[in-house]
Design a binder for this molecule. Sequence first.
Ligand SMILES: Cc1cc2nc3c(=O)[nH]c(=O)nc-3n(C[C@H](O)[C@H](O)[C@H](O)COP(=O)(O)O)c2cc1C
Length: 210
Amino acid sequence: MELIDKLNWRYAAKAMNGKKVPEEKIERILEAARLAPTSSGLQPFEIIVIKNQEIKEQIKPVAWNQSVITDCSHLLVFAAWDTYTVDRINYMFDLTNDIRGFKNEGWENYRQMLLNAYPQKDAEENFNHAAKQAYIAFSQAIVAAAFEGVDATPIEGFDPAAVDKILGLREKGLRSAVLLPIGYRKADEDWLVDLVKVRKPMEDLVTVIE
Ligand SMILES: Cc1cc2nc3c(=O)[nH]c(=O)nc-3n(C[C@H](O)[C@H](O)[C@H](O)COP(=O)(O)O)c2cc1C
């Protein structure tokens, strides 16, 4: 199947059947998220993979009781940095230098520019910027899941403060941004499965400037 066919196959499943997704598929979905581009390459988020059924049961009531939270195989929580700090910025720049094996003046100047700009900003503004980056990885995970023939339901319908508490995220300097249950559709119980996908026409989406 071509990528576009797979994107037409995917939909935000409203019911899942509890069947387990093979770990190698989950690993590839996570790898796609890891490979996502982010602003300045900072990857300012972590992904919590919840296999534990009791934790899923705790999250369900604070996620509008959506059944996919407990009927999925793996529940991914995209948790963004609560702010940018000097250490967090340095970590990614040092990692780049370590992996590439050299230091570059332009890159070091860029590091200083970020160090002089980001940590001083309001934490909420920084979190919102970090959460946007998490959404890029989230989107790549959705596409990768479709590629693997696995369902993934994007979920913003939850109480982030409550999820943060259940997972102890604030203590780790993280805040939940968005959830992604991964599993298999329960077609016979899903009102959405056979409905035609609705997207606005290309001409209402795209403006070409020649
Ligand atoms: C960021 C985001 C948050 C969403 N939150 C929910 C949600 O909480 N519950 C749900 O059932 N669907 C949720 N959706 C699914 C959208 O309603 C769905 O993607 C959209 O209607 C397009 O339909 P399709 O994904 O089935 O093609 C969310 C989608 C996105 C991208």
